[in-house]
Design a protein around this ligand. Structure first.
Ligand SMILES: Nc1ncnc2c1ncn2[C@@H]1O[C@H](COP(=O)(O)OP(=O)(O)OP(=O)(O)O)[C@@H](O)[C@H]1O
Length: 237
């Protein structure tokens, strides 16, 4: 399994941000992770990427336990956090070269890879600018390029298209589709069309619990739209 989550729980003070969730992603699957604000999507992703420790339960990425084997687990992950921190004073190419070095890459291999991810993410026209001068969509492309740098097997993308205009959304989706071809991708979003455009499967969480885990085909066969299904499963009484 590329991602394996078993009875995962995270408690902040008195609040159970996630409450015994379980799911798996097979190699090569693209899965949408849906849930209303505060459902626990980012918390789950932060545990998978090693930024948070779970209170209980098990999380594995590429068969590595993220708590006990954090380094090999992290090496196999490309992560785009929700509020992606970027160095605004750095030039695009400079930033990617710097990030590659943090992954232990160097020399000609690093330079070639940086050019590859720049091309993959459509950053060629902007690569000589400072990140602070870029539009939101291009900044997001820099974040994606950074997450692809070490050619990870698993991509974990937290709301990659939030705050972008419709054209940029379309373009970022294309980047994810192309980059995700031979990878396992878990991404969170609030945009249902995104799920329909990109995913094989959808996991919906609400108040820290998995309330649905089905293929898009299974959901379509209910005769309801994804919006209706989402609303019914996450309505707060
Ligand atoms: N550091 C923290 N301390 C206390 N509570 C937190 C912390 N981080 C998250 N929470 C709470 O945990 C719950 C889950 O938050 P999380 O950010 O995982 O949700 P989300 O599904 O990603 O939401 P959104 O769609 O708004 O990004 C929320 O109620 C949130 O307030």
């Amino acid at each position: 399994m590329s991602i394996e989550v078993t009875n995962l729980t995270k408690v902040y003070g008195a609040q159970r941000a996630i409450d015994g969730i379980s799911f798996t992603l097979k190699k090569g699957e693209i899965v949408g992770f849906l849930g209303p604000n505060g459902a626990g999507k980012s918390t789950t992703m932060k545990i998978l990427t090693g930024y948070l420790k779970p209170t209980e339960g098990l999380a594995k990425v590429s068969d590595f336990n993220v708590v006990e084997q954090p380094m090999p687990a992290r090496k196999s992950i490309g992560y785009l956090p929700e509020h992606n921190p970027l160095y605004l004073d750095m030039f695009v190419t400079e930033f990617l070269l710097f990030s590659g070095k943090l992954y232990g890459m160097s020399g000609a291999t690093l330079k070639t890879r940086v050019e590859e991810v720049i091309a993959m993410c459509g950053l060629e026209p902007e690569k000589k600018k400072k990140i602070g001068q870029l539009s939101k969509g291009y900044r997001q492309r820099v974040g994606l390029a950074q997450s692809f740098l070490h050619d990870p097997q698993v991509l974990i993308l937290d709301e990659p298209t939030t705050g972008l205009d419709p054209n940029q959304i379309q373009e970022i989706r294309e980047v994810i589709r192309t980059a995700g071809k031979d990878k396992t991708v878990l991404f969170s979003t609030h945009i249902m069309q995104e799920v329909e455009a990109l995913c094989d499967r959808v996991i919906i969480i609400n108040k820290g619990k998995v309330v649905s885990d089905s293929s898009l085909d299974e959901l379509r066969s209910t005769g309801n739209s994804l919006e209706e299904i989402f609303k019914n499963l996450t309505r707060s009484e």
